[in-house]
Design a protein around this ligand. Structure first.
Ligand code: NOJ
Length: 746
């Protein structure tokens, strides 16, 4: 009976949703019938507000008139309840009163800044990541924003590319799960709720594989690699119901993504049946001229629209040329109708035709302006994002008993990040007038947390990019007086991000040199590194006993860092990207092919695939990260030796906390398909589980594998599995782990 009731309820609900959709589609169609050609092109046109720009701005003193005459469908970087209200009022003066959509790059928080996405990915904590996106949406929506240009789901194997900070790293599985979590977080309970913003999966596609890690550069890759590595997080976003996609600046195998029919029409709107709309990247329609793909802006407008790009961000090509192109028969009216239909549908779903000002609500904006729960959540995910890279002799956490005089511990804090505030926010973040109060610096947080009687010494030592060593003397003086030296160094907030590719990914300025000088004092040194990408810091890696990778952690960075330093939180982060030993190893990633001449070990140079001047192994592998406790893995066992095509296999492993602290471990399961009709990677992440273990506690962790998870794209791009032998690896990183094997049989 209960079952019948829920079935009936589900049917009713389905009918309701379909009826609503029906009405939306009908409303879209009736509106479309009323629209002139110019008004249709207007809906496909997106302008930047004149206040802040995130690209090369074209100033347009006709902007307000264009809004009033229905020539603008959407704006970006126009934010705040009051401002969006004013602009929306102008749009409602247009003939058909079609409301504007306001978009913005809310990448890792709006008012409350969360860790950069790459850092959050290091938490491997999907609910926490979803929550961070949820809060970002709540705050942004309250400020009149309807649409965020996030998540960025580009797989990245090249840390020279500054935009690795915006994504989830190198792995297609982790990237896909995070992509879906972030879409769900932004879009909340669905459009129409005033705290849900439309998400945008970007940059479609393969933007992360820019040659040489240079931003905006070309991409050349096999279709198989595209499907296997770069498309899965996009497909995951589409499946999670993402409202929009953004195409990318790069060309893919010679065709600019913005004019790429295969990507946008065959794959996205065809194979994946995506019902939302595609926005171009900033100016990418017009940039097809520089690519050498079209002659002029007229050609650019035609190529992009025909290839399935529905909205033109800041090229002004659609608004200027589409009407004439349609009149000349060079672009067919149904191309515009299809694009406008997709855009209008979202405006209806967002409820903007019912109440165009529903998001621009000053009262709600005020309420969300200082929401303490958001700051707490930011602290929580910030500490989960921190990765402990090295902790020799258990230097960390700081313990009172460890100091010369436990009643009077002396700690020296040195480096450009000790008192930093805005640098913790990282790229793609917003500055607010009261930031100095809201952002916790490491200095303030450590002061708050240190034991009574602790003497805290400070010296900046050097700036982030300084070439001057003038501050070293003071730093050394402080170090000499202290029992322990905590050094905070790294990249400034604008050193990783869009257009921030670096050919050298070493620590800028004289920072590493300063660490050398501090280590030479003989005092124990802990190094905290803040950055938007994996950096190379070999001297520190080899000579400093304790290293903490603290990325750019956002508004509550300082508190999260103090939590980890003092052991109030036991670090649990795991690297979502491989850290190279040198730029010469790039691209470097864990799921590579073995080659026909794999090196037997690091010294094997006998006509094998190796560098003569560098081991093949990275500085730190994907999935790596330490804890204050030790996790021991044992008893890896499989429920059966053979997996049948309709069957499943259980993989059990015992994980025991053998150290002195309770802690969380991310147990990772990788497979290797030993022989395939196309070569398979040496390892592929298939599943992971996070387990919290008390001291001395042991837990059996069980994974269930099915043949579906063993599928891959074969030479004909069919997604299927092949019978054969598989290795299973289970451990706390992509390197090593316990090993077992099974066979997949029909
Ligand atoms: C260019 C960036 O590539 C894109 O990610 C961003 O959303 C737009 N600019 C708008 O700021």
């Amino acid at each position: 009976m209960k079952r019948n009731f829920s079935t009936i309820l589900a049917i009713l609900l389905f009918q309701l949703v379909s009826a609503q959709r029906g009405t939306i589609d009908q409303r879209v169609d009736s509106l479309l019938r009323l629209m002139t050609l110019e008004e249709k092109a207007g809906q496909m046109n997106q302008y930047n507000g004149p206040w802040a720009a995130t690209g090369p701005l074209t100033n347009d003193d006709q902007l307000l008139d264009q809004i009033k005459t229905g020539k603008v469908g959407s704006m970006l970087n126009a934010t705040g309840a009051a401002r969006t209200r004013e602009l929306q009022a102008l749009a409602l003066q247009s003939r058909l009163k079609i409301p504007l959509l306001f978009g913005q790059d809310v990448i890792h928080g709006y008012r409350t800044i969360f860790p950069i996405p790459l850092a959050e990915a290091a938490s491997w904590d999907l609910p926490a990541i979803e929550r961070s996106a949820r809060i970002a949406a709540v705050e942004a929506a309250a400020a009149g924003i309807h649409w965020t240009f996030a998540p960025m789901v580009d797989i990245a194997r090249d840390p020279r590319w500054g935009r690795v900070m915006e994504g989830a790293g190198e792995d297609p599985l982790l990237g896909s799960l995070i992509s879906a979590a972030r879409v769900k977080g932004f879009q909340g309970k669905g459009f129409g709720q005033t705290d849900a913003v439309m998400a945008c999966a970007k940059h479609f596609a393969a933007y992360g594989a820019a040659v040489g890690g240079r931003d905006y550069n070309s991409v050349d890759m096999s279709e198989r690699q595209l499907w296997e590595t770069y498309l899965p997080p996009f497909e995951a976003a589409a499946k999670a119901g993402v409202a929009t996609f953004m195409n990318s600046f790069n060309d893919l195998n010679g065709i600019p993504a913005t004019g790429n029919d295969y990507l946008q029409k065959t794959v996205l709107k065809g194979k994946w049946n995506f019902k939302g709309f595609v926005v171009s990247d900033w100016g990418s329609v017009g940039e097809m001229i520089s690519h050498g793909y079209v002659q002029d802006s007229i050609g650019a407008a035609a190529a992009a629209a025909k290839a399935g790009c529905d909205m033109d961000m800041e090229s002004r090509a659609f608004i200027r040329h589409l009407p004439a192109l349609v009149k000349a028969g060079k672009v067919k009216m149904p191309v515009l109708d299809e694009a406008v239909r997709r855009i209008l549908r979202k405006k209806f779903e967002m409820g903007l035709f019912d109440d165009s000002f529903r998001y621009s609500n000053e009262q709600r904006e005020k309420e969300q302006w200082n929401n303490p729960a958001h700051l707490e959540a930011a602290r929580d995910i910030a500490r989960k994002s921190i990765v402990l890279l090295k902790n020799e002799n258990s230097s960390l956490p700081l313990r009172k008993a460890w100091f010369r005089d436990p009643a009077k511990p002396v700690i020296a804090m040195v480096g450009p990040f000790v008192k930093a505030k805005s640098d913790h926010l990282g790229f793609w973040s917003y500055d607010w007038p009261d930031d100095s109060l809201r952002i916790s610096s490491t200095w303030e947080a450590v002061q708050r947390r240190a034991w009574p009687g602790t003497e805290l010494l400070y010296a900046r030592g050097c700036g982030i990019s300084d070439s001057s060593r003038a501050g070293f003397a003071e730093a050394l003086q402080m170090a000499t007086r202290a029992d322990i030296v905590i050094v905070t160094i790294g990249e400034a907030r604008d050193m990783s991000g869009e257009a921030k590719s670096r050919s050298s990914i070493r620590l800028p300025g004289v920072q590493e040199e300063m660490v050398k000088a501090l280590v030479a004092t003989g005092k124990p040194v802990v190094v905290l590194i803040h950055a938007g990408r994996p950096l190379v810091f070999n001297w520190i890696r080899e000579n400093v006993p304790a290293i903490v990778y603290a990325w750019w952690l956002g508004t509550r960075a300082g508190d999260a860092i103090a939590d980890v330093l003092f052991g109030d939180y036991n670090p649990s982060g795991k690297l979502p990207m491989t850290f190279p030993r040198s730029e010469g190893q790039i691209p470097v990633y864990y799921n590579y092919f073995n080659t026909g001449r794999p090196a037997k070990n690091e010294n094997d140079l006998n006509y094998v695939s190796a560098y003569t001047d560098l081991p093949n192994s990275p500085a730190y592998p994907f999935g790596y990260g330490l804890s204050y406790t030790r996790f021991a893995y044992s008893n890896l066992s499989l429920s059966e030796p053979v997996l049948r095509s309709k069957g499943r296999i259980r993989v059990n492993v015992t994980v025991r906390n053998e150290g002195d602290y309770a802690g969380e471990e991310t147990v990772q399961l990788y497979i290797r398909d030993r022989v395939g009709s196309v070569v398979r990677p040496v390892k592929e992440l298939k599943q992971f589980q996070k387990v919290l273990l008390q001291t001395g506690e042991s837990r059996t962790v069980t994974f269930t594998l099915t043949p579906d998870e063993l599928r891959f794209y074969d030479a004909q791009l069919r997604y299927r599995y092949e019978p054969g032998d598989f290795d299973v690896f289970v451990g706390g990183s992509s390197a090593g782990g316990l090993q077992a094997a099974f066979a997949l049989k029909p």
